[in-house]
Design a protein around this ligand. Structure first.
Ligand code: MG
Ligand code: MG
Length: 274
């Protein structure tokens, strides 16, 4: 069942999204060579709780941490550990959620540790980020769900990347994972109609090799089967009459990517106008 949100509910989700955005900025600044992923997790949890929010992932199906930290060939769901010390050139994927007023925000980012990464790795990270924005800007009233899926897949394949099919996006709201599933592949023009108040976590995962993944013995950490590096970006997005509202946008990103220049931050007026 797909649950549309009211403007008041979107406002709560935007507050949750702002907490997640702040968390990512704190973690990004701290993600340096020599720092452990457990240290990043502690920082993130403190940031969330200082903002009177609750981590979405901690305790979710028994997951033990605030962050998923997935390094290099780890795709998603890596568990923070004091034994995982970040090194120069590592590719760190940080995925996190927070709950405010009972509503979740969910967002992921990929950071290069230090500054010695190859051009191929930088291109992977940027292509995956571009794939996210290609997908989320298709989250428009009147479209269909797989318009998002298709944009993500086409952008990845055009760059020659593996587009991971076994994980993808999802509806989000009172639950971290709601209907519908948002595949990162498929022909456009299919699936549920995109209507105002629909809230989706959109999250492309590209790799430098094949798209196949497997789960490690810890029952959480997902890796590429061929050991290739992967990247992951995610935002929580609301479909509104004024275009997609990126509820988890960080300070260097537009919350309203399809708004006219200078008309950013249109807020709930745009939602209610519809
Ligand atoms: Mg996530
Ligand atoms: Mg998600």
């Amino acid at each position: 069942m797909i649950v549309r949100k009211s403007p008041a509910e979107l406002e709560s989700m935007a507050r949750a999204g702002a907490v997640v955005a702040a968390l990512h900025e704190v973690v990004r600044a701290a993600a340096q060579p020599g720092v452990s992923t457990a240290e990043l997790d502690a920082l993130a949890e403190r940031e969330v709780r200082n903002r009177r929010a609750v981590p979405s992932f901690k305790g979710y199906r028994g997951f033990p941490a605030t962050l998923c930290t997935s390094v290099n060939d780890q795709v998603v769901h890596g568990i923070p550990s004091p034994d995982v010390i970040l090194r120069e050139g590592d590719l760190l994927k940080v995925d996190a959620g927070a709950v405010v007023d009972g509503y979740h925000g969910d967002s992921a980012a990929t950071w290069i540790i230090g500054d010695s990464a190859s051009d191929a790795v930088r291109d992977l990270v940027e292509a995956t980020r571009a794939g996210l924005w290609a997908g989320l800007t298709r989250a428009r009233v009147g479209g269909r769900l797989t318009d998002v899926s298709s944009a993500i897949e086409q952008a990845g394949l055009a760059g020659g990347y593996g587009v991971v099919r076994e994980y993808g996006g999802h509806g989000i709201g009172r639950a971290l994972h709601e209907d519908p599933r948002v595949p990162n592949y498929g022909r456009s023009g299919r699936g549920p109609r995109l209507v105002a108040g629909l809230t989706l976590a959109i999250e492309p995962l590209y790799s430098l090799g094949e798209d196949a993944t497997e789960v490690l013995a810890d029952d959480w950490t997902v890796v590429t089967v061929d050991g290739s590096l992967s990247a992951h970006w995610e935002h929580t997005v609301a479909v509104t009459p004024a275009g997609p509202w990126v509820l988890t946008a960080r300070s260097d990103e537009p919350a309203w990517p399809l708004a006219e220049p200078g008309a950013d931050a249109r807020g709930l007026d745009a939602v209610e106008a519809g």
